[in-house]
Ligand binder design. Structure first.
Ligand SMILES: N[C@@H](CCC(=O)N[C@@H](CS)C(=O)NCC(=O)O)C(=O)O
Length: 307
């Protein structure tokens, strides 16, 4: 369990109930919001992410307090947020003064701490092993989704200025973090990541979804069998993100598309995941459709590689 025992921020200890530091469009945060809704905990009031007055810090019965950290405004790349999440990423969850990081660890924690839909299939060892293995594969492909998103979804939109890049380097100087943002942004900002690297990540995702397509052929409702598990949580958010970049699930992986329709029609997805992100999501899908029409979209790239 990724609990941060001695967080640098004094805010953490003050928080009562459940507080989520998140961003509406971030897949890692969407996983946690989906799980919270499946656990019967809808979104509560919105609070400025660093607010530390008594009113902001108190919990909300049966709901979680939303502390939105804007990735667009680079609020995660600040000293203050770094004292909450040492890796400068979302999400971070605080439950009664205890800080949890790592989205899938948070999902596991929520599964233990609250009722609602079980997401960790402890009732069946084989299903549990399978769901864990699929979840790990999803985690391993986190970087691949990042590369594909920045290349075809965000394109140049998320570039940092050299001032911002230097600031990030300083903030992360003491973070022994394998997922460091610095290396990625340095390559992305300076346009030095070769196209073959982006394509390599795309190929890994194509291979993973081919495997998911194969396992769904037996008509199972969810990835590890008849019940929803954490594996569906992580893969559904990847599917949403890639769909927003124009990934042609319907053409290439019809069983995955059907499974995703099932997942995304759940209230937890409609309210917890899409909610305030709905319009942005639609805008990205529309942008991807135009790019396909212009011949520069992800859809054409995938169709060509899968042919
Ligand atoms: N392994 C972490 C990864 C967290 C992560 O990378 N979050 C992304 C959003 S999905 C983020 O905050 N990125 C910041 C950025 O790209 O600048 C988890 O699962 O919680």
């Amino acid at each position: 369990m990724a609990v941060v025992y001695h967080p640098a921020s004094s805010l953490v200890a003050k928080l009562e109930g459940v507080h989520l530091f998140h961003f509406d469009g971030a897949p890692c945060a969407q996983r946690v919001r989906f799980a919270l809704y499946e656990k019967g905990l809808p979104r509560g009031r919105e609070v400025q992410y660093l607010a530390d007055d008594d009113e902001a810090c108190c919990g909300e019965n049966g709901r979680w307090v939303s502390r939105r950290v804007s990735l667009v405004k680079k609020e995660h790349m600040t000293q203050a947020y770094g004292e909450i999440h040492p890796n400068l990423v979302v999400p971070a969850l605080v439950h009664d003064g205890v800080l949890h990081i790592e989205s899938m660890d948070i999902v596991e924690y929520l599964d233990d701490a609250f009722g609602g839909t079980p997401l960790i299939p402890k009732y069946d060892h084989a299903v549990l092993e399978d769901s864990r293995a699929l979840t790990r594969r999803g985690e391993d492909l986190h970087r691949s989704v990042r590369f594909v998103t920045f290349r075809w979804g965000l394109r140049g939109l998320a570039r940092l200025s050299s001032k911002e890049e230097n600031h990030l380097r300083k903030l992360m100087a003491d973070t022994p973090d394998g997922e460091s943002l610095v290396e990625f942004y340095t390559g992305y900002d300076n346009n030095t990541i070769p196209e073959s690297v982006y394509i390599g990540h795309l190929d890994k995702l194509n291979a993973a979804f081919s495997d998911l397509e194969a396992r769904l052929q037996d008509g199972r409702a969810f990835l590890s069998g008849a019940n929803l598990t954490m594996a569906d949580v992580i893969w559904a958010m990847k599917t949403l993100r890639l769909s927003e970049c124009g990934y042609p699930f319907q053409q290439c992986f019809p069983a995955c598309a059907e499974w995703y329709t099932r997942l995304s029609s759940r209230q937890s997805f409609q309210e917890g995941v899409l909610g305030k992100h709905r319009l942005t999501s639609k805008t990205f899908c529309a942008k991807a459709a135009v790019e396909h029409w212009l011949g520069i979209g992800l859809k054409g790239e995938v169709l060509q590689r899968m042919a």
